[in-house]
Design a protein around this ligand. Structure first.
Ligand SMILES: *Cc1c(COP(=O)(O)O)cnc(C)c1O
Length: 386
C-alpha cells in the first residue's frame, strides 16, 4: 500500500519545541506573554509591516479588520470571489453583505479593471461599498497598485487577505503590507503554522492597538472590569506564539521548498497537452503555497475530476480550485461582478500536493499519476482508431 501524499501538511523545524518548553518553564500558558510580543515584533521585521497583533485565527483577524475600518450592519463589502469561504464569512458576522468580484487570468486574483469600473459605477449611483477585501490566492499577490489606486480614488479602505501569501512579494515588498490592514493565517495547512492562529498588520499603530483591545474583550483601562464596547476573545496563546517564532525562522526555507515543487511540476508536466499552470505574474514573487493548474479535457484526454480521482486511487490528495463564493449556496443572494473567469478556473482547476516536506519520490508519484491518465487516454483513442 502506498503511503498517502497529502495536499499541505505542517512542517515543523527543530526550534519550535524549544520555544514551547520556554513557555512551559516560565508558566506563560496564556493568551498573553513574551512569545506573543516577540512573535509580533519578529513578524514585523520579516514582512516590513509597521505593527502587528497576533490573533487566534486568520478569520478572527479579518473580522476585526472589517470592524476596524468601520464596516457595519447593512453595508456592502467588495470581495474576491475565487477564494476560501473564510474571506467572506466575517463580512456577514458584522451584518454586512459581500459583493463578489471576478478574477483576471494573469494572476487568478481580483481583476483591477473590474474593480475600478464597479467603483466608478457605484460612485455614480451613490452606493459605494464600505471596504474592499482582496485575496492573494495560493501564494501569489494580486496586482495591488491599480487596486489601491481604485480604492484611494473613492476613499475606500483596502483589506488584504494574505492568509495564503506569507512570503510572497509585490514589486519587492511583502504581500499583505500595502492595504489599510493585512491579515495572515497560521492554520495547519498554511505555509507556516502555529497549529492555529492569525496576524493582523497595519502601518497605523492605533488600528493595531484597537485590534488588541477588541481581541481581549474590549477591557477599558480600569482596575475593575469595565467595558464600553463589545469585544472578543481573539488573542493568540503564548504557547502557539512560541511555535510561530520557530516557524518564522524557517519561513524562507519553506518558501524555497514550495517554489521548488512548482518548478519540478512545471518542468515535467508543462509539455502535456491541455495542462496550464497558474501563471506567475511578473510584478512579484509567488510562494506557490499550492501549485495549481488547469486541465483542458479535450486536449488532455481526461477532465479535472478524472485526474483527481485517479490520483486519489493512488492515495494522492489533490483538490479542485476553490469553488467561487458567488456559486456557494450560502451566498446565492449576493451580487457578483463578472464571474466567468473564476467559474472556468473552478471547472478546470486542480491544486496538487504542495507541502514543503514532500520528497522527490512523492513528487515523482504525483507526476507519474497525472502522466498515466494522459497516456491511458491516448491508448484508448488508438483502440478506437484501429
Ligand atoms: C486559511 C484562509 C483563511 C482563514 O484563516 P484561518 O486561520 O483558518 O481562520 C482566510 N482566507 C484565506 C484565503 C485562507 O486561505
Amino acid at each position: 500500500m502506498n503511503k498517502p501524499i497529502l495536499l499541505s501538511t505542517p512542517h515543523i523545524s527543530d526550534r519550535e519545541l524549544e520555544f514551547v518548553h520556554e513557555a512551559f518553564d516560565t508558566n506563560w500558558i496564556a493568551p498573553v506573554g513574551p512569545h506573543v510580543d516577540a512573535f509580533e515584533q519578529e513578524f514585523c521585521q520579516l514582512t516590513g509591516a509597521g505593527y502587528a497583533a497576533a490573533l487566534s485565527s486568520g478569520t478572527a483577524s479579518l473580522h476585526l479588520a472589517l470592524q476596524l475600518v468601520g464596516v457595519k450592519s447593512g453595508d456592502e463589502v467588495f470581495c474576491s470571489t475565487l477564494t476560501f469561504v473564510a474571506t467572506a464569512n466575517p463580512i456577514t458576522y458584522l451584518g454586512a453583505k459581500p459583493v463578489f468580484i471576478d478574477s483576471d487570468r494573469i494572476s487568478w486574483n481580483m481583476n483591477p479593471d473590474l474593480l475600478q469600473e464597479a467603483l466608478e459605477y457605484r460612485a455614480r449611483i451613490g452606493k459605494l461599498p464600505k471596504a474592499v477585501v482582496v485575496v492573494h490566492l495560493y501564494g501569489q499577490s494580486a496586482d495591488i497598485d491599480p487596486i489601491l489606486k481604485a480604492c484611494d480614488r473613492y476613499g475606500i479602505p483596502l483589506i488584504e487577505d494574505a492568509a495564503e501569501s506569507l512570503g510572497a512579494t509585490y514589486k519587492g515588498r511583502s504581500s499583505g503590507t500595502f492595504g489599510n490592514i493585512g491579515i495572515y493565517s497560521f492554520n495547519g495547512n498554511k505555509i507556516i503554522t502555529t497549529s492555529g492562529g492569525g496576524m493582523l498588520v497595519s502601518n497605523n499603530e492605533q488600528l493595531v492597538n484597537k485590534a488588541r483591545f477588541l481581541a481581549t474583550q474590549a477591557r477599558d483601562p480600569a482596575p475593575h472590569y469595565q467595558h464600553s464596547e463589545i469585544g472578543y476573545n481573539y488573542r493568540l496563546s503564548n504557547v502557539s506564539a512560541g511555535i510561530g517564532r520557530g516557524q518564522l525562522r524557517v519561513l524562507n526555507e519553506r518558501v524555497a521548498a514550495r517554489r521548488r515543487n512548482f518548478m519540478i511540476y512545471t518542468s515535467t508536466l508543462r509539455n502535456l497537452p491541455g495542462i496550464e499552470f497558474m501563471p506567475e505574474a511578473d510584478y512579484g514573487s509567488a510562494t506557490h503555497w499550492l501549485t495549481s493548474l488547469t486541465i483542458n479535457p479535450k486536449a488532455f484526454g481526461a477532465d479535472r475530476e478524472q485526474v483527481r480521482l485517479a490520483l486519489a486511487a493512488q492515495q494522492i490528495e489533490s483538490r479542485p480550485v476553490w469553488k467561487p463564493l458567488h456559486l456557494q449556496p450560502v451566498f446565492a443572494e449576493c451580487e457578483c461582478i463578472g464571474g466567468a473567469v473564476a467559474e472556468d478556473l473552478f471547472t478546470h482547476g486542480l491544486c496538487l500536493p504542495s507541502g514543503s516536506n514532500l520528497t522527490d519520490a512523492d513528487l515523482e508519484r504525483v507526476i507519474n499519476g497525472i502522466t498515466a491518465v494522459h497516456d491511458g487516454s491516448e491508448k484508448k483513442e488508438q483502440v478506437l482508431i484501429f
